[in-house]
Design a protein around this ligand. Structure first.
Ligand SMILES: Nc1ncnc2c1ncn2[C@@H]1O[C@H](COP(=O)(O)OP(=O)(O)O)[C@@H](O)[C@H]1O
Ligand SMILES: [Mg+2]
Length: 256
């Protein structure tokens, strides 16, 4: 469903170039949930944004469902992007629009005729358990409810892939788990392929079948979450912290 072949992404800065992602191969089959683990600055968000073409790769190929999105016209790219939904740590809702309007707006962007937007948006809100909040503004909603609206917005175009960038990092543990449960249910019921960017091993433990560990723009570990045996220092650190920190926990970076 998602294929990256030798993908790299560099950002030209003032004087120095940042190599956010280096020669990365990744293949994610349909219906699977993959975790992208790493510390801040590792390149996780960049990798995610390459999948829906919010970023163009510097080198390499990105394919979605067998289709290379490079060189598509704006119209075709908009069409292709509808296969990919995305949610964020800070929800990114429009504060001046109600929950229903936020979801309907994404359908407007997607080019759906006005007559269909309302009912599609209602269905999407209903599928995340928020039918009673259609007329609420983001400021009137809790963090968990805001993320549910964002999920409904992502679901409204019936994507095959859902990209989640630290989607539960701003939520308390109770709310985070309720959102993860919803995501698991969506994966199971709709067979949606998911990519979860996180720095929290608990998220990967709960939801992901595979995880890759990113460090300074490189994949340093590939882990089968049903039988985790991390090889890298960073991978071992993540799994150590799942058990809780001790004085013996080895920090992967001296300067962390
Ligand atoms: N648009 C950009 N312009 C310049 N540098 C960027 C840009 N986006 C990301 N970077 C840099 O790329 C590296 C990886 O960033 P990012 O993918 O956001 O990491 P993560 O999500 O793992 O925290 C960082 O050094 C970051 O500063
Ligand atoms: Mg990030």
């Amino acid at each position: 469903m998602i294929e990256l072949l030798q993908v790299s992404k560099s950002f030209a800065g003032r004087g120095e170039t940042v190599h956010a992602l280096q020669a990365t191969d990744l293949s994610i089959p349909k219906g699977k949930v993959y975790g992208l683990l790493g510390f801040s600055g590792a390149g996780k968000s960049t990798l995610l944004r390459l999948i829906n073409r919010l970023e163009e790769p510097t080198t390499g190929i990105v394919r979605i469902a067998g289709q290379d999105l490079t060189g598509l016209s704006q119209a075709d790219l908009r069409q292709a992007r509808q296969q990919v939904g995305m949610i964020f740590q800070q929800f990114n809702l429009l504060s001046s629009r109600t929950a229903l309007e936020n979801v309907a707006f994404s359908l407007e962007i997607a080019g759906l005729p006005a007559a269909q937007r309302q009912s599609r948006a209602r269905d999407a809100l209903s599928s995340v358990g928020l039918s009673d909040k259609e007329q609420a503004y983001p400021a009137q909603l809790s963090g968990g409810q805001k993320q549910r609206v964002a999920i409904a917005r992502a679901l409204a175009t019936a994507p095959k892939i859902l990209l989640c960038d630290e989607a539960t990092s701003a939520l308390d543990p109770h709310t985070a788990l309720s959102i993860l449960r919803l995501l698991k249910q969506l994966n199971q019921e709709r067979g949606m392929t998911m990519v979860m960017v996180t720095h929290d091993i608990k998220v990967a433990n709960y939801l992901c079948e595979h995880a890759v560990i990113l460090e300074k723009g490189k994949v340093v570990d590939r882990i089968d979450m049903s039988q985790p045996s991390p090889q890298s220092l960073l991978g071992k650190f993540f799994f150590e912290t799942a058990k809780g920190w001790t004085d013996q926990t080895v920090l992967p970076q001296e300067d962390a």
